[in-house]
Design a binder for this molecule. Sequence first.
Ligand SMILES: *Cc1c(COP(=O)(O)O)cnc(C)c1O
Length: 219
Amino acid sequence: MSLQDISDRIAKAESAAGRAAGSVQLIAVSKVQPNDRVEAVLQQGHRCFGENRVQEAAGKWPAFRESFPDVDLHLIGPLQTNKARQAIELCDAIHSVDRPKLAKALARLAQEMGRCPDLFIQVNTGEEDQKAGVLPEDAESFINECRALDLPVRGLMCIPPVDEEPALHFALLAKLAERNGLDGLSMGMSSDFESAIALGATHVRVGSAIFGARVNPLE
Ligand SMILES: *Cc1c(COP(=O)(O)O)cnc(C)c1O
């Protein structure tokens, strides 16, 4: 696979779903990838990337941004409150807002810093103990809580359980978003992004299918 293959498959999936060309944003997930692979994708003109750790993003992206200042960087992994300031400085979007303490910290820092990335609320659609995200039944109240804090909530994000049909989770996330008047849907990874697009994904997070297997997988 390559960036071009994935872009072509996204275009086909958009068209098959009767959606406008370009309505799905491809987040190239560069976590744990060697810099030369990331650089190659930058050289091909792609600018939207995802990282799952603030520390790794901080070690990698300021240098790339010197050559590619228009990079659009998305944090897709768990965010500790004590890294929130750094995340706001580095990232254009955060996909993992999942608890009141973090929402309050982001709101306070956004005020102070005069900027806030686009935010996605992570929903634990599979209700898995080990997984981050608000439970589906708590999504509405948490979305309202974030809105009351004036946070720029753009959409919802999910990571389906590995052993279940992802489409069921994508459909649930889409329903929760619609019910709450949200347009953004961050869902779909290397193995299931076409299904996510069919169910309304606006952002797909694709790593290994673009860059190759991760050298040292984190999950
Ligand atoms: C790593 C990761 C991805 C990309 O996974 P692939 O299977 O390599 O496409 C997507 N979303 C999140 C939250 C991730 O941590």
